[in-house]
Design a protein around this ligand. Structure first.
Ligand code: HEM
Ligand code: HEM
Length: 168
């Protein structure tokens, strides 16, 4: 049976992914009430996930387990070269770097969106930052999905299934 990520990880992951895509693909009107609410919800869910990673999560979902080191990166490259599948569930160190980048950039996207409704706009071109931050996250999402699919095929281990609903 597949070992799955816990409920909070799975729920926050898919809500963040759907919320980001809804705003990115203009399914919500840019700057409209749905756009702002969905964007802020995405940021709140990232914070919920981070708090969960410190207070409630166990094992590989704890933030302390998602810290890449030089040694873990070196080991990961050996694993890839020898096509060795890690037995336990856990983000690999390259994935972990992308994940921290998501957790940094998504709240910044929301912050620069929110700041457009304030007089900060006179001092900083926050709408330009919003635009470029959204583009940066979009590029990261493409890389992320490509990496997940490639690693699933290369290691013959369905990483996506561990993010889907169901019992472990
Ligand atoms: C569209 C926006 C997306 C964003 C912003 C995003 C972001 C993230 C983040 C932050 C994590 C870490 C999860 C955690 O520990 O809480 C993660 C993991 C993961 N995501 Fe996504 N994701 C997106 C889309 C997708 C899609 C479309 C797929 C399916 C192809 C996917 C598959 C996965 C998988 C399998 C993991 C676990 C990776 C592992 O085994 O280490 N994600 N993603
Ligand atoms: C998941 C988070 C978000 C994504 C992916 C996103 C995406 C986008 C995109 C693609 C645009 C159009 C940019 C352009 O073509 O110039 C836009 C514009 C905008 N967004 Fe966001 N956004 C997010 C969050 C937010 C939040 C939280 C707010 C406010 C609280 C916000 C407020 C705005 C405003 C005011 C505009 C300008 C609309 C206009 O030009 O009239 N966004 N956003």
């Amino acid at each position: 049976m597949i070992e799955r990520w816990d409920r909070v990880v799975r729920l926050t992951h898919w809500c963040v992914a759907l919320g980001f895509l809804a705003n990115r693909l203009h399914l919500t009107e840019p700057g409209g009430v749905w756009h702002r609410s969905v964007g802020l919800l995405v940021a709140v869910l990232v914070i919920v996930r981070l708090v969960w990673g410190v207070t409630g999560a166990r094992g590989p979902a704890r933030l302390s387990a998602i810290i890449p080191t030089r040694a873990s990166l070196a080991e990961h490259f050996c694993d890839i070269a020898e096509r060795r599948t890690p037995k336990a569930l856990g983000h690999n160190p390259l994935g972990a770097m992308a994940i921290w980048l998501f957790w940094l950039l998504l709240p910044l996207v929301a912050l620069t969106g929110w700041a457009q409704g304030t007089d900060l706009i006179d001092r900083w071109p926050v709408e330009v930052w919003h635009y470029w931050l959204v583009n940066a996250v979009t590029a990261l999402v493409c890389l992320h999905v490509l990496a997940v699919v490639t690693m699933s095929l290369w290691l013959k281990k369905n990483l996506i299934a561990a993010m889907l609903p169901g019992r472990r």
